[in-house]
Design a protein around this ligand. Structure first.
Ligand code: 13P
Length: 266
């Protein structure tokens, strides 16, 4: 099953998300969001598109205040949260704390956290539970390493990650969330997956979701592509049938480039 049916495709809004990673202290974050606000005020966001920005925790409150005061048309996002709601977890931030800041989207299982922080598929699943329990939307990140791709295991790996994070949930819940396909070999490397590669894996993800939760959920779920997205690659990627958005790292730190991506004609 793919999103090639135009009516089905039209029902899904595009979500372009800026993952700032460990960049921008709260002064820099404020400046970046003010630049974004000024540009978006002039250019607007194309109909049917939505934008989220994901600053580091220390900038969230500052960015939230700026977004709400100036009515900047972007949703607030976070990069992770802990899977428990409170307690003796030194250094961690709970989903409830993020919800209190009006965070709408939270990344779960970004490959950098899987690699550098040892997040397992089971932990990612627990984070998805925590995020949903606070009324926020998870952006569940999946993707294969270069070795897995070379070994012909990419599809199996991605299907496994989808199943481990999402199985056993209602079709309504699954239809409301976002999955980001980020091939690890394309993150921060300047290598973008070809449009065909991105489309093919996003279709695989939609197919797995159809198996898990039925055609309604598969038609509704939004699937992003992430990995070295630029203003030049954004349009062709967004034109692919099963790509419903982009998860942008480096290019989201430059307001002009990010706005060009948000506005890229598909
Ligand atoms: P880059 O766009 O810097 O490759 O990062 C992609 C990413 O990991 C977004 O979450």
């Amino acid at each position: 099953m793919t999103g090639t049916d135009p009516a089905e495709r039209a029902g899904r809004s595009v979500l372009v998300s800026g993952n700032w990673k460990m960049n921008e202290n709260h002064f820099e974050g404020l400046r970046l969001v003010q630049e974004l606000a000024a540009m978006l005020r002039v250019t607007g966001i194309p109909e049917g598109r939505e934008v989220s920005i994901h600053p580091p925790f220390t900038s969230l409150r500052t960015v939230q205040t700026a977004v709400e005061t100036d009515r900047v048309p972007v949703a607030l996002g976070a990069q992770t949260c802990h899977h428990e709601q409170r307690g003796a977890f030194t250094g961690e931030v709970s989903a409830e704390m993020l919800a209190k800041l009006n965070v709408a989207y939270v990344l779960a299982g970004h490959s950098e956290r899987r690699t550098f922080c040892g997040e397992t598929d089971a932990v990612v699943r627990a984070k998805v539970d925590a995020i949903l329990s606070q009324g926020m939307r998870p952006i569940v990140c999946v993707g294969e390493t270069l070795d897995q791709r070379r070994g012909g295991e990419a599809e199996e790996r991605v299907r496994r990650q989808v199943v481990d994070a999402l199985s056993g949930r209602s079709s309504e819940t699954i239809g409301g969330l976002v999955v980001a396909y980020e091939p690890i070999w394309a993150i921060g490397t300047g290598e973008t997956a070809s449009v065909d590669d991105a489309q093919q894996m996003c279709a695989v993800i939609r197919d797995e979701i159809a198996k898990l939760a039925g055609p309604g959920a598969a038609a509704a779920v939004r699937i992003q592509y992430g990995g070295s997205v630029t203003p030049e690659s954004a349009g062709p990627l967004l034109a692919a049938d099963d790509v419903d958005g982009l998860l942008v790292g480096g290019a989201s730190l430059d307001a002009e480039r990010f706005v060009a991506i948000v506005r890229a004609p598909a």
